[in-house]
Design a protein. Structure first.
Length: 150
């Protein structure tokens, strides 16, 4: 599934990207632009905005009721199913696909020296070239997801 997320759900967009979902999120889009892009790209709208949810043009729409990110993730789990998805699916910044950095030397200039010497596996975004690794932040996100997905 492909999604487009309104301005109120930026954190949810990030988490869904981490789970590998293709999520378009652009704070500069107004409601009409968001709905038009959803139609053009066949994306399901995820929103907390009742105005968007009520529009006929927003045919494929998921209305999220919760304010808290953990509750939002739980809502999405119920709607999308409970299949466990690995973290590291898409870039949290640009939604690009993440691929393994085959040669660690290629990313040496992109990460702190300590990180370069501590971690053996790196992922890089195909679109914006941002580099990811499985540090403590990754472990914290994984724990949060395990709690939510139970």
């Amino acid at each position: 599934m492909k999604f487009i997320v309104d301005v109120m759900l930026g954190r949810l967009a990030t988490w869904l990207r981490l789970l590998g979902y293709d999520v378009l999120y652009d704070r500069s889009m107004d409601d009409r632009q968001l709905i038009r892009r959803a139609q053009e790209e066949e994306r399901t709208i995820i929103t907390r905005d009742t105005g968007i949810a009520r529009r006929k043009a927003a045919r494929h729409c998921i209305f999220v009721t919760s304010d808290r990110i953990t509750d939002q993730l739980a809502e999405m789990k119920q709607l999308l199913g409970s299949s466990e998805r690995p973290l590291r699916g898409r870039c949290t910044q640009c939604n690009g696909e993440l691929v393994c950095a085959d040669n660690a030397e290629d990313i040496r200039e992109c990460v702190p020296e300590y990180v370069y010497h501590t971690y053996a596996r790196f992922l890089r975004c195909r679109k914006c070239a941002k580099v990811y690794w499985e540090g403590s932040h990754y472990r914290h996100m994984k724990e949060t997801l395990q709690q939510v997905l139970r």
